[in-house]
Design a protein around this ligand. Structure first.
Ligand code: GLY
Length: 280
């Protein structure tokens, strides 16, 4: 089990631990004193885990909303749908949202949390590898618009992030590889040790590997929460990658892998990187 603090504008804890059903109720009680909780999840994750999470939150009144978890859901239409549903359900500004799902759910719910009633608290429970090692921490939220990725958004920190690696047992392999791409990115920008650890372990992901990745992400976000300096290193491969993703309709991680290769090739052509870099 790992617990560490993100000392940002809203400080919060990140907990990495298996069996979320055994600790979610107490962890949320530590940071949230009201009764009502609204869980927003996607249909796949909802079918697998919503009952378990709802039953575990025994000291709260829980309501839920399910949407499709595709990238196309990261839209103003889905954003408006969620706001409408929450208003219909009677949500108020001091009540808690939970994002239960992958990066699409986290980004969308974060954006609702940043804007509805000018801000509601939210907790991230990432269930995909990509969300567990990257998008659930650091507070980047938003939606796609006019064929641009994440162009409407806000920095909004969650009040808590709960990461259970057991969610990965039901993740499709393509989704696992999707998150793996961000781990390779972390290794390339910061840690040769992580790079060789990933090479050795293949797609086997455990608490230790998630923690190694979160440490690298945290090191880049702390001190540059609003992405003006060292945090920008986390965008490695993303400039090319976002274009590849939009044009090929592929997964984010798939595009980031190609984007990193494009960036390396471009850098070699400028004489900034040695030609053997891509042999690894
Ligand atoms: N995913 C890159 C960042 O959070 O800055």
């Amino acid at each position: 089990m790992y617990r560490f603090k993100m000392p940002l504008s809203t400080p919060y804890d990140i907990v990495v631990c298996e069996k979320i059903n055994t600790y979610i109720n107490d962890e949320i009680k530590r940071v949230y004193k009201n009764k009502k909780i609204y869980i927003i999840t996607d249909v796949r994750v909802g079918t697998l885990y919503l009952n378990m999470i709802e039953e575990s939150l025994k000291d709260f009144e829980v309501k839920s909303i399910q949407i499709e978890g595709y990238e196309s859901s990261k839209s103003l239409e889905t954003y408006a749908y969620l706001c409408e549903k929450l208003i219909e359900l009677g949500a108020t500004r001091d009540e808690l949202l939970i994002a239960l799902g992958g990066g699409v759910i986290g980004d969308l719910v974060g954006f609702v949390s940043a804007t509805l009633y000018r801000g509601m608290p939210f907790v991230q429970i990432p269930t995909s590898l990509l969300a567990q090692v990257d998008s659930s921490i650091g507070g980047k939220t938003g939606v796609d618009f006019l064929n641009h990725k994440n162009i409407l958004g806000a920095f909004k920190q969650p009040i808590l992030v709960l990461i259970d690696p057991l969610f990965l047992n039901t993740l499709p392999v393509r989704e696992l590889k999707n998150g793996y791409a961000e781990m390779i990115k972390h290794a390339l920008i910061y840690s040769a040790d992580l790079f060789f650890m990933l090479k050795k372990n293949g797609l086997k992901v455990n608490e230790d590997i998630i923690y190694e990745n979160l440490k690298i992400k945290a090191q880049h976000v702390i001190g540059d929460e609003f992405d003006k300096g060292k945090r920008m290193k986390l965008n490695f491969g993303h400039t090319f990658g976002h274009i590849i993703e939009l044009q090929n309709n592929c997964l984010h991680g798939e595009a980031v892998i190609d984007g990193m290769l494009c960036a390396i090739n471009y850098s070699i052509s400028l004489g900034l990187t040695t030609a053997d870099t891509k042999d690894y």
